[in-house]
Design a protein around this ligand. Structure first.
Ligand code: 2IT
Length: 450
């Protein structure tokens, strides 16, 4: 796109690729940022020649550890634990823990890198980090999930703290896992602090945190749609996943008069022409808590169609919101939704669209919102949970939701400011990268070479 700096971008990517061979997810996250940030650095004298991006792609610290535990049959299991402390220029490392079979260092580095920009966009004082394990809750018993979580925290506790590194949930880590993690942290440290976010309401959690990611996505989508003279009201929307993020999206789309017609799992997707409404919304949570990771039971229960092995992007809808996992939406999917006349794609998951898919959506001048802007509401309310913990009080749901709305509105304004192209098209990817970069880069410059 920026032909003028193509060779600088290629040189930079050759440098990063040589240092991080085989880390495909990390390299694609970096490339997506480099394409917009290198031209910005080249044209902004204060950033030029400071190796800012070279410094930003190097995590400040990576911790990898053994997580041994005993399963219900008395067998010893060994998983690998990680915490990638990516960037602390603007605040303590902050970001979720992912327990999923696909977790490896490349995935967590991509997530930690993205998180640094996302957290900057929230305007709250949070650096970037991410962690997790290749442990999957699928098919595990409650007791196994507890023992694993405790074993994980038996190592992680020495690296984190309320002013150092504040983890939260992500895929496979919800209220239940956070409870076990927090319990073990408290026991080992003998202190009750806001060292994790997404905590239970009775022990330091914030109202609206479970809903926050999905609500924020829909607030952002509504702002972006309004900007092109459209609205969620009356729209039919395809989403993927059926976890926490999907649940928040469904609730807020319903509030605003839209209709979510698909949900998906690794087994396929369901199409519910009446919309996921009423008790079906609560059923999503129960299905998730069953540790099965399949969506088919929804179809049986509510008498709707199930499409095994298919993705929801084949449906003709007004808007697509991928809520599941990285690279779940590829070039073919993008061509399909374009052919179906979609208004746009809003990322609720982290990096669900491949680079090629983004190119297809953007070259057709359709709305595309990257996850680091659209899904920042989750970590933003985590930041508000930290504030409430530091003040030893709890805000009402309305207070938190008002903050969330204001934060998402500000992120929209900020990305709009840096993303507006000459032809009037809004490149939210460019806007989010530049707006997120500025605060972190300025803090790094002011703090010297550390
Ligand atoms: O991807 C994300 O922003 C999260 N998983 C939430 C991180 C957080 O610290 O709340």
């Amino acid at each position: 796109m920026n032909n003028k700096y193509q060779s600088e971008i290629a040189d930079f990517m050759a440098y990063v690729s040589a240092r991080n061979p085989h880390e495909t997810e990390f390299l694609s996250a970096v490339e997506e940022v480099a394409e917009t940030i290198i031209p910005f650095i080249e044209e902004t004298p204060k950033y030029k020649g400071k190796k800012i991006l070279e410094r930003m792609v190097e995590p400040e610290r990576v911790i990898m550890f053994r997580v041994p535990w005993v399963d219900d049959q008395g067998r010893i299991q060994v998983n690998r634990g990680y915490r990638v402390e990516f960037n602390s220029a603007i605040g303590p490392y902050k970001g979720g823990l992912r327990f999923h079979s696909t977790v490896n260092l490349s995935v967590l580095k991509f997530l930690g890198f993205e998180q640094t920009f996302k957290n900057s966009l929230t305007s709250l004082p949070m650096g970037g980090g991410k962690g997790g394990s290749d442990f999957s809750v699928r098919g595990k018993s409650e007791a196994e999930i507890m023992r694993f979580s405790q074993a994980f925290m038996q190592e992680l506790f020495r690296h984190i703290g309320p002013n150092t590194d504040v983890p939260a949930g992500d895929i496979g880590v919800g209220g239940r896992e956070l409870g076990y993690l927090f319990g073990m942290y408290k026991k080992l440290k003998n202190e009750f602090t806001g060292v994790l976010t997404g905590k239970g309401l009775a022990w330091g959690g914030s109202l609206i945190r479970p809903e926050a990611t999905g609500y924020g996505v829909v607030y952002f989508a509504q702002a972006a749609l309004n900007n092109i003279g459209k609205t969620i009201k009356g729209m039919e929307i395809a989403i993927s996943g059926f976890g926490n993020v999907s649940w928040g999206v469904v609730k807020k789309v319903n509030d605003l008069g839209g209709k979510v017609v698909t949900l998906s799992g690794p087994d396929g997707y369901i199409y519910d022409p009446d919309g996921v409404k009423g008790e079906k919304v609560d059923y999503m949570l129960r299905l998730r808590a069953s540790n099965q990771d399949i969506i088919e039971p929804y179809a049986e229960r509510y008498g709707v169609e199930f499409f095994p092995g298919k993705k929801p992007w084949e449906r003709k809808v007004d808007l697509a919101i991928p809520c599941a996992i990285q690279n779940e939406f590829d070039e073919e999917d993008a061509k399909q939704v374009v052919a179906n006349g979609v208004t746009g794609v809003v990322e609720a998951a982290n990096m669900p669209l491949t680079a090629k898919a983004i190119e297809v959506i953007q070259s057709n001048k359709l709305l595309y919102v990257p996850g680091k802007a659209a899904n920042a509401g989750g970590v933003a309310v985590s930041g508000l949970e930290m504030t409430q913990n530091a003040m030893h009080l709890q805000w009402t749901a309305e207070e938190v939701d008002n903050y969330l709305k204001r934060i998402m509105h500000n992120i929209h304004e900020n990305t709009l400011k840096y993303g507006r192209l000459d032809d009037g098209y809004i490149d939210y990817k460019k806007g989010a990268n530049i707006a997120g970069f500025i605060k972190v880069a300025d803090a790094m410059l002011e703090q010297g070479v550390v």
